[in-house]
Design a protein around this ligand. Sequence first.
Ligand SMILES: [Cu+2]
Length: 159
Amino acid sequence: MNKILFIALALAASGASAASYVTSNASTKTATIMVDASQGTAGGGLNFNGVVKGAKSFTIPAGWNVVMQYKNLGMLAHSAIVVKGSTPPVSVAEKDAAFPGAYSKMVMQGMPMNAAATAKFKAATAGSYLIVCGVPGHALGGQYLGLKVVAGAKAATYQ
Ligand SMILES: [Cu+2]
């Protein structure tokens, strides 16, 4: 498929306003996703990309590689880790990652303001997941996004 046409379709599928949070590359089967902790005041800062309680979700084709670009914009320490299921966990650590490598640094302690980390993992198994903050209380406070891994999906999206 024409690359520009593909990008246009991917943008249309993801919604133009949200397009900046995901880049979908079907030829390399790679999704690059952006997860910004504490973007603005939603949830008293306990948010990702400005939303709380899984109000938005990434969709990743099953078997694709994911590059998760995490950054903390807030004053409090935050982190990001992918966990299985649709319910935010009471507590979470690196060993609870749904896929090997699917977390930022300092999951429980949190990374300080303006710290960034890139996590690379393979979305190997279809299912429902969450990207949660691992700092105790933050996920339960609403700091999580949805992440759906879907067999047969053609592009990574965020909506
Ligand atoms: Cu947090």
